[in-house]
Design a binder for this molecule. Structure first.
Ligand code: 5GP
Length: 213
């Protein structure tokens, strides 16, 4: 059967966690391993960290540019996070979904709630937890890309972010990266197989029923 005949309904994988819990590394690996999964590149008003490239990690825009995008309705969702604005540009997401691809969002709980409210049937929400707050603090320091006051603010916000865990469909504790990744991949694979995401099955089953031996 052709790919066209197997056309799926794309899903939106929304992954949230406090900063430093490993969500970005898990997300990037899942995207690298699955050709059908696109990463939503967010726009942000925060400064690039060393090694980050415009258009790869984020679209780095100034506050006026961001607000113009908000005004023009260019975001599927946006939110204030850590004193900066972050948003998911609508056009590339819709283009990917239209082609039957899935889209992964590495976004905070406010953004995940906004997208889920608009399209609950197409969303799968995954929350990543650190094994302990001490471990989270260690990871934020090990990253060493942010100043101490920024790290302390992120740690403070982690408590608020974690408090949102209860509305997510799945929760992964990232103690061991490979294990957490395997769990994330299992979730994604199972969710892709949901009947409602595979409308082509209806015709396929009919051909089975019509095939008299
Ligand atoms: P960071 O500055 O460490 O890259 O990201 C800070 C937080 O903003 C993370 O929790 C990240 O998931 C979240 N974030 C990144 N992009 C977006 C977005 O487009 N929308 C929302 N709501 N949050 C985002």
């Amino acid at each position: 059967m052709s790919n066209e005949a197997h056309r799926r309904r794309g899903l939106m994988l929304l992954i949230s966690s406090p900063s430093g819990a490993g969500k970005t590394s898990l997300s990037r690996r899942l995207v690298a391993d699955h050709a059908d999964l696109a990463l939503s590149i967010s726009a942000t008003t925060r400064q690039p960290r060393p090694g980050e490239e415009n258009g790869r990690e984020y679209l780095f825009v100034d506050r006026a540019g961001f607000d113009a995008m908000v005004e023009a309705g260019e975001f599927l969702e946006w939110a204030n996070v850590h004193e900066h604005r972050y948003g998911s540009p609508r056009t590339p997401i819709m283009a990917a979904l239209d082609k039957g691809r899935d889209v992964l969002f590495d976004i905070d709980w406010q953004g995940a709630a906004q997208i889920n409210e608009h399209a609950p049937d197409d969303c799968v929400r995954v929350f990543i937890l650190p094994p302990s707050m001490a471990d989270l603090s260690r990871r934020l320091h090990a990253r060493a890309q942010d100043h101490e006051d920024v790290i302390q603010r992120r740690l403070g916000r982690a408590y608020d972010e974690i408090a949102q865990w209860g509305v997510y469909d799945y929760v992964i504790i990232n103690e061991d990266f490979d294990r957490a990744y395997a769990e994330l991949a299992h979730i994604y694979h199972a969710e892709r197989l949901r009947r409602a995401r595979n409308p082509w099955l209806k015709t396929f089953v009919q051909t089975l029923l019509d095939e008299r031996l």
